[in-house]
Design a protein around this ligand. Structure first.
Ligand SMILES: NC(=O)c1ccc[n+]([C@@H]2O[C@H](COP(=O)([O-])OP(=O)(O)OC[C@H]3O[C@@H](n4cnc5c(N)ncnc54)[C@H](OP(=O)(O)O)[C@@H]3O)[C@@H](O)[C@H]2O)c1
Length: 219
């Protein structure tokens, strides 16, 4: 089973690709540029110690070949990316939205104004089957994802309207060292997760760290 990372050339996408490949999955990273995708894939394969665990291609080709698609673009670019890739993706594809609709205005973090209650719900509405989209990894720092030798040591919240798709995503992510997945509920919980991510960005700034994250106690 191939897992794809759309816009997989950025920090978050690269980290997701590394973790997926490190867990033994066959991975494709996508880009608007074939050469950027290929360059990222070879760099990530080198970081994994050689071999061809990760292939690079255009986003639409990644969409056509992947059973699970991680969406790792800036939120402002995500709707166009989803719309462009949807015709190429199989109907049974599960979409994993990791985007966080925030922007920075004179150094301040602002939630992006949305047409839906959350970024994930706005993106899900673009799919032929909105239930195919699951939100996950919104509160996991990219910087830590890229440090493949380090266990993530955190909880990963997964929310969505299809229990089957949430379980599918949780099964993949649970293979990453140090990860416990937590079922956070239906997709409307993404609104909370997106704000929790903004909270972490502020905490990182105030404490001058890069890797703050969540662990739920009492579970
Ligand atoms: N950074 C974190 O710690 C963190 C944590 C949780 C979630 N996230 C979320 O993860 C997502 C990715 O974050 P990032 O820091 O990796 O982002 P990024 O580096 O700014 O962008 C990722 C990739 O998106 C592609 N891209 C940029 N503009 C685009 C456009 N207009 N249309 C299509 N593709 C475009 C680029 O790939 P090509 O130029 O190769 O096409 C770029 O390499 C964001 O939504 C962010 O909120 C980030």
């Amino acid at each position: 089973m191939t897992l794809g990372v759309l816009a997989g050339t950025g920090q978050e996408g690269r980290g997701i690709a590394l973790r997926l490949a490190g867990a033994g999955c066959e991975v494709m990273v996508g880009s608007r540029s074939r050469s950027r995708a290929a360059g990222t894939a070879s760099e990530l394969n080198r970081l994994l110690g050689g071999g061809t665990h990760i292939r690079g291609s255009l986003n639409r080709e990644v969409a056509a070949q992947s059973k699970v698609l991680f969406l790792a673009a800036p939120f402002s670019a995500a709707a166009d990316l989803v719309s462009g890739c949807t015709p190429r993706a199989a109907p049974e594809t599960t979409w994993v939205d990791v985007t966080v609709p925030v922007s920075f205005d004179a150094g301040r973090i602002r939630m992006t104004p949305l047409e839906a209650a959350s970024g994930s719900e706005q993106l899900a509405a673009l799919l032929p089957d909105p239930g195919a989209l699951v939100a996950a990894l919104k509160t996991v720092p990219a910087r830590l994802l890229e440090e493949v030798a380090a266990p993530l040591d955190c909880d990963v919240f997964v929310c969505g309207n299809s229990g089957r798709r949430k379980r599918e995503v949780a099964q993949v992510l649970s293979r990453w060292p140090g990860v416990r997945t937590v079922d956070a509920g239906r997709l409307d919980t993404a609104r909370t997760l997106e704000r929790m991510s903004a909270l972490l960005i502020g905490i990182n700034r105030r404490y001058r760290v890069h890797e703050s994250r969540f662990r739920v106690v009492g579970l």
